[in-house]
Design a protein around this ligand. Structure first.
Ligand code: CDT
Length: 308
């Protein structure tokens, strides 16, 4: 029997700084209900889906910073999301800012199954941006300041009758992200993102931001023979325009469903996990064709070192 998962890429429009968690959770629940009506099994929400993208602001008051983080998952405000998903028998991927009991801060995603159980947790590996205030920027990107580096790395989980993995935003630009999960047999990678159209150090990329989004996710899917579900928090958030472009990409590299706008919107596709095999067993049969003896530099060297 074919292994089918019907998935919703549950894009969100902007979240204002003063939107309450409960108000945001209502929007997530509306997505769950619509996804159920469309026959979905799994709903993928964006990165940091419970608040505005706060790394755009330089803050020094730790209490203010911590107000964007969740101390428990589910917590009092997110419990209704878990309850409704379980009632509907839907699984979900959710990105949020995690504050651990030991006081560590992570940019985190979880995978929750149709019974409301957290089956996987991932903490973001590639934290982009900078650590210190850079007043010359129109807005900041302070992920390196507010989040600790991952202690999970890229794992995969047996769930939804397949092998699923998670990544977050900037991870999607790095081929290593997909390959480390590809080497664990991943069949579907879920990832949420918050991507400003404008990157202050590289304004010449602005017009290409949607193209780059699609390029990296399609390449990752094809080169690893897996589905990729990429989901944006989009639109003009606190005056900063963010890309949409949420999409579901088949192992062929072809986008099979995509959002059209930059508000709350679903893109839905029925994904056949067995469609991965045709790529994993031929062109990208890793066991037959990879040549890791020639890939040593990838882990030995961090920055590029051109010859003298
Ligand atoms: N959230 C996130 O990781 N955003 C980055 C912006 C890069 S520019 C500093 C991204 O890769 O989309």
């Amino acid at each position: 029997m074919a292994r089918l998962i019907t998935v919703a890429a549950a894009q969100l429009g902007p979240i204002a700084r003063n939107d309450s968690r409960s108000r945001v959770v209502e929007r997530l629940i509306a997505h769950l209900r619509e996804s159920k009506r469309m026959g979905c099994d799994l709903v993928v929400f964006p990165e940091l889906a419970l608040t505005t993208f706060f790394p755009r602001w330089y803050m020094t008051d730790q209490a203010e910073i911590d107000s964007f983080f969740e101390r428990s998952m589910p917590g009092p405000e997110t419990q209704p999301l878990f309850d409704e998903a379980r009632r509907l028998g839907l699984g979900f991927y959710l990105g949020y800012a995690e504050l651990t009991p030991e006081g560590r801060h992570f940019n985190t995603s979880i995978l929750v199954d149709g019974d409301g159980l957290i089956v996987g947790k991932y903490r973001k590996v590639h934290l982009p941006g900078h650590r210190e205030h850079e007043p010359s920027r129109r807005f900041q990107h302070l992920e390196k300041r507010y989040f600790d580096p991952s202690d999970t790395g890229f794992r995969v989980w047996r769930a939804f009758n397949g092998i699923l993995g998670m990544a977050i935003c900037n991870d999607r630009r790095w081929s290593e992200t997909y390959r480390v999960m590809g080497l664990q047999g991943v069949e579907m990678i879920m990832l949420g993102y918050n991507t400003p159209v404008h990157n202050p150090p590289a304004p010449d990329h602005d017009d290409l931001s949607l193209f780059h989004n699609q390029l990296v996710m399609q390449a990752g899917a094809y080169q690893n023979g897996c589905w990729v579900v990429g989901v944006a928090k989009a639109g003009s958030e606190e005056g900063v325009p963010m890309i949409g472009g949420s999409q579901i990409i088949a192992p062929s590299g072809v986008t099979v469903a995509a959002t059209r706008g930059d508000g709350d919107e679903l893109a839905v596709a029925c994904c056949d996990l067995d469609a991965c095999a045709s790529y994993k067993n031929t062109t990208f049969n890793f066991a037959v064709h990879r040549m890791p003896q020639h890939y040593g530099l990838i882990v030995e060297r961090k920055g590029a070192e051109p010859p003298p």
